[in-house]
Write a protein that binds this ligand. Structure first.
Ligand code: UD1
Ligand code: CA
Length: 427
């Protein structure tokens, strides 16, 4: 059956205390919160609708430039989560498939979990399924209220809950699956008679019960997955959870992580077997790292790196948007950006690819062919190409293309002034 996703991202995010960035565009290791949610649904839904409101323009731009099948729908003013979903009613007027509703501030949910959730919905012939989980401290979440026979009754928000309801530890994860044709009319019937005066999405549960529809809850075991980001503290905690999860996956797949406590690796990085990641290394964004590489200690890989096998990226080396062929060494203190490096290259300590011209704001490429050797403390001013086997003398500034197997060197001649020191020492 066709599945469409609705992602709620119009809220203000007051507790992030951010003037420059809407909440859902804050990042975990180089990817925005909304990016995680969109990536987790894009493989099994036909379209995504992102509800935008606060700082809508920035969110719209992000969605448009990164996700082809995603649309943004403006919600102004923001009258609650139920009102937010109702914004898609015109677009989905004649739609009769499934709608998966998620929040843009819940980046830890896994694709496999969402697939299992939808399977549960279909196999139970459910008309409406809500995801729930058990929290020891359920404060601030909506509570799942059940009937005596354990079937669902309703969801009650913290601010509307009685003391007895507040003791309930089963909470609403904020993820729903709807048979759209049967549930869509609920959105014109929601009321605002609650403590916050908002249209609550959660009220579709009791609405569904009243209509004698088949309403179910899917209980999520790993409650970390629905951890929501409301503050910078939450953001740091979620980054830790995400990182731990990623590092475990790499280690299980045969990558050595010397010190998991000081190593950060993004979800969208691929790493081959027998590669060793040394401490204090930070790898963000989307990257590919081959087999038998040695990365770090203290390396920074910033995204867009495509690193083949048997490569050494040493301490204080930063790599961004660079394709590097096998058996190449970048041992120490270097910056390699917007570059293409062949194999069997040696990059001396302190080599910089000067890729950015701040006057024109243009970034240019550096191309080094196989067997190039760069002496220490050299600057390669892009755009520039060094042909096969070219060598650069230490301390050089390379501003034009160098032919194959040539030596390029820019260096003022060495002067040795005999006894100069003795003559200048005052006794
Ligand atoms: C909501 C649920 C609560 C659940 C919790 C899970 C409701 C009424 N409550 O509470 O039961 O336990 O999520 O995290 O649904 N948003 C809009 N437009 C609006 C209001 C909100 O797009 O008008 C978006 C927000 O940007 C956010 C999401 O909806 O991404 C959830 O809104 P939020 O106000 O954070 O709801 P909670 O109080 O967390
Ligand atoms: Ca929230």
């Amino acid at each position: 059956m066709d599945i469409k996703a609705v992602i709620l991202a119009a809220g203000k995010g007051t507790r992030m205390k951010s003037e420059t960035t809407p909440k859902v565009l804050h990042e975990i290791m180089g990817k925005s919160l909304l990016g995680y949610v969109l990536d987790n649904v894009k493989n099994f839904v036909s379209e995504e609708f992102v509800i935008v409101g606060h700082q809508a323009q920035a969110v719209e731009e992000f969605v448009k430039s990164n996700y082809q099948n995603a649309h943004t729908v403006l919600q102004t003013p923001q009258l609650g989560t139920g009102h937010a979903v109702s914004m898609v009613c015109p677009a989905l007027e004649n739609y009769d498939g499934l709608v998966l509703i998620l929040c843009g501030d819940t980046p830890l949910i896994k694709e496999d979990t969402l697939r299992a959730f939808i399977d549960f919905h279909t196999s139970h012939n459910s008309d409406l399924t809500v995801m729930s989980t058990i929290f020891d401290n359920p404060t601030n979440y909506g509570r799942i209220v059940r009937e005596n026979d354990n079937s669902l009754k309703c969801i009650v928000e913290e601010k509307d809950a009685t003391a007895e309801q507040k003791a309930i530890k089963e909470v609403n994860a904020g993820i729903y699956c709807l048979n759209w044709g049967k549930i869509k009319s609920a959105f014109s019937q929601l009321k605002t008679n609650n403590a916050q005066g908002e249209y609550y999405l959660t009220d579709i549960i009791s609405w569904g019960k009243e209509q004698n529809l088949n309403v179910n809850a899917y209980i999520l075991e790993d409650s970390d997955e629905i951890y929501g980001i409301n503050s910078r503290l939450n953001l740091a905690h979620a980054t830790k959870i995400m990182n731990r999860r990623n590092l475990e996956r790499y280690m299980i797949n045969g990558v050595t992580i010397v010190d998991p406590d000081s190593t950060w690796i993004s979800e969208d990085t691929e790493i081959g077997q027998d590669t060793i990641i040394y401490p204090a290394t930070y790898i963000e964004g989307t990257n590919k790292i081959g087999k038998n590489c040695k990365i770090g200690p203290c390396a920074h890989i910033r995204g867009g790196a495509d690193i083949a096998d048997n490569i050494k990226i040493g301490n204080f080396v930063e790599v961004k948007k660079a394709k590097i062929a096998s058996n190449t060494n970048i041992g120490h203190l270097s910056y390699i950006g917007d570059s293409e490096l062949g194999s069997h290259i040696n990059i001396g300590a302190g080599t910089i690819t000067a890729n950015y011209n701040p006057l024109t704001e243009v970034k240019s490429r550096t191309v080094l062919k196989d067997h190039v050797k760069i002496g220490s403390n050299s600057v390669l001013v892009a755009p520039v190409t060094l042909e096969e086997g070219a060598n650069v003398g230490a301390g050089s500034i390379i501003t034009k293309n160098i032919p194959a197997w040539s030596l390029a060197i820019t260096r003022s001649p060495l002067q040795v002034l005999a006894d100069w020191v003795k003559m200048h020492i005052s006794r």
